[in-house]
Design a protein around this ligand. Structure first.
Ligand code: ZN
Length: 151
């Protein structure tokens, strides 16, 4: 598997959670072949009871998923989450990937009125702040796969 490392002016806020290139951002998961469970983060293994835990492999998830639930937050995320400015109110979405795993993240480029369960979401980056080297420190986020035109 070819893991694309951080390039250019963007660096991840935390390592080993996602990879990106010009075309796509993908979350890093792990899959247990014994119990067919996906994990996120990849190192956060919660196997089914009785699983032999054999054959756990790192995998990249599909870049698209479906919005399964969401909430609008009116308070800043707690530390260690750090941003340059106040991002409230913002959306936290729970996205289900074709692999079957559901992962939460900030939803951007989506006005609140356009939020809908079942909306197709793609994984993108979200710039938290710029560090002293001028690099954008990013985390993963979701945005509608088809841009919402009615803003
Ligand atoms: Zn397992």
């Amino acid at each position: 598997m070819n893991i694309v490392g951080p390039e250019g002016k963007m660096i991840p806020a935390l390592p080993d959670l996602f990879v990106w290139n010009e075309d796509q951002v993908q979350l890093m998961s792990a899959h247990c072949q014994s119990c067919d469970t996906y994990f996120f983060p990849a190192f956060h293994e919660q196997h089914r009871p009785g699983c032999s835990r054999q054959g756990v492999q790192k995998v990249l998830l599909n870049k698209n998923g479906i919005l399964k639930s969401y909430t609008i937050q009116h308070y800043m995320p707690p530390l260690p989450f750090k941003t340059e400015g106040n991002i409230t109110p913002y959306i936290i979405g729970l996205v289900e990937f074709p692999e079957g795993i559901q992962i939460a993240g900030i939803v951007k480029e989506c006005p609140f009125h356009a939020l809908k369960i079942g909306l197709s979401m793609e994984v993108v980056t979200f710039t938290l702040y710029r560090n002293e080297q001028g690099q954008e420190v990013v985390t993963w986020a979701f945005q509608p796969t088809d841009p919402i035109r009615d803003k």
